[in-house]
Structure formats: structure tokens, C-alpha cells
Design a protein around this ligand. Sequence first.
Ligand SMILES: Nc1ncnc2c1ncn2[C@@H]1O[C@H](COP(=O)(O)OP(=O)(O)O)[C@@H](O)[C@H]1O
Ligand SMILES: [Mg+2]
Length: 365
Amino acid sequence: MSKHELYVGLMSGTSLDGIDAVLVALSGNTPELLATTFRPYHVTLKQALLSLHQPSHDELHRALLLGNTLAQEYASAVASLLHTAAVTPNEIRAIGCHGQTIRHRPDASYTLQLGNAALLSELSGITVASDFRSRDIAAGGQGAPLVPAFHDKVLRHPDIHRAIVNIGGISNLTNLPPQGTATGFDCGPGNLLMDAWIMLHRNEAYDRDGAWAASGQVIAPLLQALLDGPFLHAPPPKSSGRELFNLAWLENHLSGDEAPVNVQATLLAFSAHAIANAIKTSCKGAKEIYLCGGGAHNQELVRQLRIALPDCLLQPTDKLGIEADWMEAMAFAWLAQQTIQGRSIDLSAVTGARHPCILGAIYQA
Ligand SMILES: Nc1ncnc2c1ncn2[C@@H]1O[C@H](COP(=O)(O)OP(=O)(O)O)[C@@H](O)[C@H]1O
Ligand SMILES: [Mg+2]
């Protein structure tokens, strides 16, 4: 296989669970997934990253050091991926590295993903494309979500109205009408509030299958208060992150008397409503909904989405040939190819960018 066909995609999202790494052949119209690996973050790395989401002492120095640590983690993930696939670095055209978001502030015209791309290129011996979001923000966009461009490329159907929901820390939606422009935006929380709450009360990284939430009772006034927040009601373009949806924000809505299990049930219902309402308002007529991201494994969340969207067929993107767990990393492999080939991407109907842009910066091997 020619070296110009192979790309690596690295995704490390808001959930702070770790690094999804994929090896993808991007020669034809359909991306071919050749190998995958997941490298979880050590709990100390996760804590160090979490502590950089708010202003704190000597944060610039600590952020740059963590960027170096992340580059080493990314390089290890790439090495293990290539080992699995028996592929050498010189066969890879480029790595598309999302980086780790520690601040996303389109309102202040910046977004910051950590991960020293120069060091990753040095360690891996492979060209790296990174910092995909900044150019979109420079062009007046939200900088997120970017994956709708990939969904549009590979998942659109000529006759069937589809929507794709990526349930990561934050959830985002792509509307793919058979004709017309693809649209998309962040719906609100996906997993991040549920993850934070179960960590606080049960010291578990996430609520497997939504089982803890399913054993509690939704607190109706709390759910209503969360749903009344301005983000869900704001028209697109919009994007979000830990700046808005975090434990401090949640605790502002609590009296302190709630049983933790009932708060978890309410948080799951909040994510389900945020997603279902976004589909009902912005994907009118969509018949097929495809889920991806870790939240697609949350059976209770999927069950509630099915109840809220009785007219839609809800399935994981696996049914369309793209595994739900690797969709976003594959998107960043594809985004790297667009960067390397100098192709601009039109996200004006998603992020609100004023014009198509070539996203990303290139660090040559
Ligand atoms: N079996 C499961 N049940 C419930 N939630 C799950 C399950 N598997 C993964 N998740 C959720 O998915 C998250 C990771 O999803 P991911 O798509 O990697 O998000 P991100 O892009 O924000 O990193 C985990 O933190 C967890 O909340
Ligand atoms: Mg993740």
C-alpha cells in the first residue's frame, strides 16, 4: 500500500478517559479501519488535566509540561498501533492529533488543545497535523464540532434523512438531510456530568451501562432547572465544554439533600433530553439516528433516547460500517488528510465560520 494512503487519527476528548488511536487507509471513498488501540489516562494525568481547566497557580508552565507528557502518551499510542498493524512510521502519511482541550473559549476567540505536536513528530518520526480548531475560530466559527464534516463525507444517504449523535463528554449532533447542507452543533452534556458525579460518590470513572442512574429516581424539578439553562435554548452555532458543564455548575443547582443516586438518574435524563430535544428541533423528519462515542454504550441512555424519539430508528454507527468507538479518531485521520492535501472544509453551517478553511497546522517529520 502506498504511503500516501495511510493516516493515524488520535482523539482524546472531554471525557478525559484516554487516547483513541486508529490506523486508517484513506485512498478510496470509504475509509478503511486497519488497526485500533486505546491508551487510558493514568488517574494522575487525568487529575493534572482537570486542574488546568480553571485558572490556577503557574498554569502556563504546568500546561506546557503536560503538553510534553501528552506528546509522549500519543507517541506510545502510535507505536503500539503501528506494532499491532506491522506498519512502519515511514509508511504513514500523517498523524491527525486532536490534542487535549483544557480551555474552549470561542467567546474570547480562542481554544486550546494541549499536546506538543512538534515533540510528537520528533518522537514518532511522522508528520503531524494538529490544532484543527483554531483556524475555524479565527474565521469567526465556534471551533467545534468539526466531526460533522466527516459524517457528511461518509454517512450521508441520498434518500434517507439521517442524524448522527456523538456522545462523548459533550454530545454533538450532525443533521444529514438527503438534500441540502449538513448542519450540526453541540447539544449539551453527554457523559461528563455523569462521570464526575459517580467519581465523587462512588470513585468510579463512569456509570457502566447507566446502571447506577437506572436504579435511581429522576428529581423532576432539578431536571427542569437543568433543562431551563440558556445553553440548550440558544440557537446554533454553539459549542460547549467543561467551562460550562462542571461539578460547580451542578452543585449550584442542588440543595444538598438529594440522594446521590437520584442526582445520577437526573443527570442521565438531562443528557437524554438535551440530545432528543436537539434532534426534535433541528433534525425534523429524520428517520434514522446513529450513535457513536462512548455514551453509545450507555444502555439506559439509549433506552431513554428510544422512548423520547419513538418515530426514529436508533442504532450505533457500526450499522453503517463505522464503529462507534473509533468514529472521532477516524474523523481526525481524515481531517489530517484534508490538511496535508491543502483542502478547505466548509463548516459555515456548523460552526458559523465565515468561509471554508484549511484547518490545522503541519509539523513535518
Ligand atoms: N459501557 C458504558 N456505559 C456507560 N458509559 C460508557 C460506557 N463505555 C464508555 N462510556 C462513557 O464514554 C466515555 C468515553 O467516551 P468518548 O467517546 O471517549 O468521549 P470523549 O470523546 O469525550 O473522550 C466514558 O468516560 C464513559 O462516560
Ligand atoms: Mg475519549
